[in-house]
Design a protein around this ligand. Structure first.
Ligand SMILES: CCCCC/C=C\C/C=C\C/C=C\C/C=C\CCCC(=O)SCCNC(=O)CCNC(=O)[C@H](O)C(C)(C)COP(=O)(O)OP(=O)(O)OC[C@H]1O[C@@H](n2cnc3c(N)ncnc32)[C@H](O)[C@@H]1OP(=O)(O)O
Length: 195
């Protein structure tokens, strides 16, 4: 069964096409990290994937992630959970283009081909539909180049949340540090609708 075939990932009849925010970064522009300590994209996170995403056309992004020895499951091969994280992070970066804060509610992943250590995964993702707080999106990861064979793919449902989702649920130490960091506050504002 292909990913995204479950009813939860089928947009309802009243879903609409996604709308690129007028102030979204231009196609080709790097999106940067949403949080320096993020496992997916953070530059200050030594154990992270250091995934770098760029805005695409419409509500789409591309990203690259190179598999390092720390990401192994089987000898010489990427761990599936790490690959799912790379897909999740790429899908999460679509929020920059909607300027909506949203978290993953559901992520369905197909592992199509093994991905060796040293390989670069060329990721691309797009939002397919929006229904209220629900954001439907899809992603692929290819090896060998942006047009190489698909190694992994995922479909996901992101749910829009308020900033309180983080401030009320995150560990107070990290929340305090984030609120005290002007750069972090600016990045969080970049997600707000009608700031
Ligand atoms: C200055 C300090 C600021 C700090 C913030 C800093 C930066 C902020 C910027 C960006 C950060 C944003 C995100 C992080 C980015 C990237 C990382 C990659 C993405 C992730 O890794 S993120 C982590 C993993 N993620 C979670 O940690 C979520 C845990 N979870 C929950 O927190 C709740 O579960 C929640 C909020 C998801 C929903 O809860 P809720 O109470 O708000 O809403 P509710 O349940 O009513 O759902 C509403 C409608 O969605 C449908 N729905 C919900 N869940 C569904 C599911 N699983 N399957 C199918 N449908 C589902 C319902 O069926 C209903 O549908 P309907 O409206 O039709 O009835």
């Amino acid at each position: 069964m292909k990913s995204g075939t479950s009813a939860a990932l089928s947009p309802p009849a009243d879903a609409t096409p996604p709308v690129r925010h007028p102030e979204a970064p231009a196609p080709g522009e790097p999106l940067g990290a949403h949080y320096g300590q993020c496992f997916g994209c953070g530059g200050d996170q030594p154990h992270g994937l250091h995934l770098q995403a760029r805005a695409g056309e419409g509500v789409s992004v591309t990203a690259e992630f190179t598999v390092r020895p720390a990401h192994q499951g089987a000898p010489g091969l990427a761990h599936g959970g790490v690959l799912a994280s790379a897909l999740d992070e790429t899908l999460g970066s679509l929020n920059w283009l909607l300027r909506t804060i949203a978290v993953t509610g559901r992520l369905e992943t197909d592992f199509v081909r093994p991905v060796p250590v040293g390989a670069t995964l060329y990721l691309s993702a797009e939002v397919t539909a929006v229904a209220g707080r629900k954001i439907y999106c899809t992603a692929t990861g290819r090896t060998g180049g942006p047009d190489g064979p698909v190694a992994v793919r995922a479909d996901a449902l992101f749910i829009e949340v308020k900033v309180e989702h983080f401030t009320e649920n995150g560990r107070p130490e990290e929340i305090r540090a984030a609120l005290d960091d002007p750069d972090q506050v600016r990045r969080a504002r970049a997600f707000e609708v009608n700031p």
